[in-house]
Design a protein around this ligand. Structure first.
Ligand SMILES: Cc1cc2nc3c(=O)[nH]c(=O)nc-3n(C[C@H](O)[C@H](O)[C@H](O)COP(=O)(O)OP(=O)(O)OC[C@H]3O[C@@H](n4cnc5c(N)ncnc54)[C@H](O)[C@@H]3O)c2cc1C
Length: 480
């Protein structure tokens, strides 16, 4: 099967043909990077790919709220100059003025500061839209690359190998069962959570990778909404009250639509799919003004649910033997807990890692790529585990270190409810602009101590005021 070829200029050129398996976020970004190094790139996709933004079968999670963090968007802009402007022109919601009033973020019992302005708004700008919308615009850009060809409506069957080298892939056309073999200098598995590579490896006589797993904590229900303009002043509402209560995300999306996603703890039964019941569930965790805005919302279509939310990191970085000319990225490498909405941003970071690795050649490519990506995947994995501990009602904080970390996190969150500098630092870290270590910056300690003291004084003052306005108890004789 032929694909468009144009000879890549040396010194970048690494080969004739690279094949990407899967046209989701990770596959599209990988194809863009590979087009710099291979004469032609083929993207194999099981679904027929539509010429307009719409849901498709291969991305069931795309019906749920899907947000790119700021760093992920910066990578999109770097790989596709002008793409963010395209998104904005086509109707994505842009939040780039740094005003904290755009956000409501509640974590445990702490609400992040809601007024003031970030010192560096550009670093934290967001373009918010539905998954089909963003994927469509990204796919359009990749399709426009002269040496990238899409083979949609094709299922990946197996890898083709010679000894320890992967040199192609067998694919089957879904509508007529026509089998084709594609030669390739590099094959990249970006087939998402279905993760086919462990079975491929086993069939080829390799071991499967070991897995880090964290159990599914939530079942999801998402509902698209139309909300009358001005009913909700925020653009992004994120709440995770913890203590076994449901959390969620409300996101302003393209063309005046919104998406509300609710995560119901797995042991609390099925999440509701009726909007009134969804509203009743989240009401206790949200400020009255947001609840009031949600009461004016109209559901668009039916709510959808999602249950398979376990986080799995396949440790290809720890394998002693791995075939050459094969890579795995995106959810196929590590699928995170969807509560944290990090998968697309991580896929974008992996695309940059892939580019960096390819720039120094293709020798030991897989080992270098897995090692380099394990750095930030590991940081994100560890940070998620720590965050889950802060809000978990049952987690037993055994070690002194865990107890200290938990105490520090709560103190920092408490202080950030009044401190714009701390709030901005939290946003920068959760948006992948800064590494998690920036939250342990010793320079923040005075702010955290001062913030906690202020909170304590404020609580005392409130208590004193409540006592002052509460009528004294009537004498016992009168009550009787
Ligand atoms: C409920 C939920 C909510 C989420 N919310 C967010 C969020 O807010 N922000 C965020 O960043 N991430 C979010 N994620 C994660 C995000 O969806 C993924 O991390 C991201 O899509 C990873 O992209 P991928 O390309 O690896 O996989 P996918 O996007 O799943 O793409 C895989 C592609 O491979 C194709 N494919 C599969 N098998 C074959 C085959 N045999 N042959 C050919 N093609 C095949 C599929 O059709 C699909 O197109 C969420 C996930 C879930 C489950």
């Amino acid at each position: 099967m032929s694909s468009t070829t144009h000879r890549v200029d040396s010194p970048n050129r690494l080969g004739e043909h690279a094949v990407v398996l899967g046209a989701g976020m990770a596959g599209l970004l990988a194809a863009r990077v590979l087009s710099e190094f291979y004469d032609s790139v083929s993207v194999i996709e099981r679904d027929r790919l539509p010429d307009y933004p719409c849901h498709r079968r291969g991305i069931p999670q795309g019906r749920h709220v899907h947000n790119f963090y700021s760093r992920g968007l910066q990578v999109l802009g770097e790989l596709f100059p002008g793409l963010l402007e395209d998104l904005a022109r086509a109707g994505a919601v842009v939040v780039d003025d740094g005003e904290l009033s755009n956000f409501y973020v509640r974590f445990g019992r702490y609400e992040m500061k809601r007024s003031g302005k970030f010192a560096d708004p550009a670093a934290l700008s967001l373009h918010m839209a539905s998954r089909p919308f963003v994927e469509f615009h990204l796919r359009r850009r990749v399709k426009a690359l002269p040496n990238v060809t899409f083979l949609d409506g094709h299922d990946v069957v197996e890898l083709v190998t010679t000894g320890d080298i992967v040199n192609g892939v067998r694919i089957i056309r879904r509508y007529n069962g026509f089998l084709t073999e594609l030669d390739a200098d590099l094959v990249v598995d970006a087939m998402g959570r279905s993760a086919r590579t462990p079975a491929f490896l086993e069939n080829l006589g390799y071991e499967r990778p070991t897995e880090n797993r964290s159990v599914a904590r939530y079942k999801y229900a998402s509902q698209q909404l139309s909300i009358p303009e001005g009913s909700i002043t925020q653009r992004l509402v994120m709440f995770n009250p913890g203590g076994g209560k449901p959390g969620g995300l409300l996101l302003a999306c393209e063309h005046d639509t919104w998406t509300l996603a609710i995560g119901q703890p797995t042991d609390a039964g099925e999440p509701p799919t009726d909007f009134a019941a969804m509203l009743a569930l989240v009401e206790p965790s949200l400020p009255p003004a947001i609840v009031e805005g949600l009461r004016r919302a109209h559901p668009i279509g039916e709510a959808v649910t999602y249950h398979h939310s376990a986080a799995i990191w396949r440790r290809y970085d720890q394998m002693s033997r791995f075939p050459s000319s094969l890579l795995v990225l995106g959810d196929a490498l590590c699928s995170f807990d969807p509560t944290y909405g990090q998968g697309m941003t991580i896929a974008a970071l992996e695309a940059l890692t892939l580019r960096d690795c390819l720039r120094v050649g293709d020798a030991q490519l897989a080992q270098r790529f897995f090692r380099a990506s394990a750095h930030y995947i590991g940081q994100t994995w560890a940070a998620n585990q720590a965050r889950s501990r802060v809000t978990s009602p049952t987690h037993d904080r055994n070690s002194m270190r865990e107890r200290l970390q938990g105490w520090m996190s709560r103190a920092a969150l408490n202080a950030s409810t009044r401190d714009v500098v701390l709030t901005e630092r939290f946003f920068r870290v959760s948006n992948f602009v800064d590494p998690p270590s920036r939250l342990q910056d010793p320079a923040l300690i005075p702010r955290i101590v001062w913030g906690n003291l202020r909170a304590r004084f404020a609580r005392k003052r409130t208590r004193a005021a409540v006592v002052a306005v509460t009528p004294l108890p009537e004498p016992l004789s009168v009550r009787a």
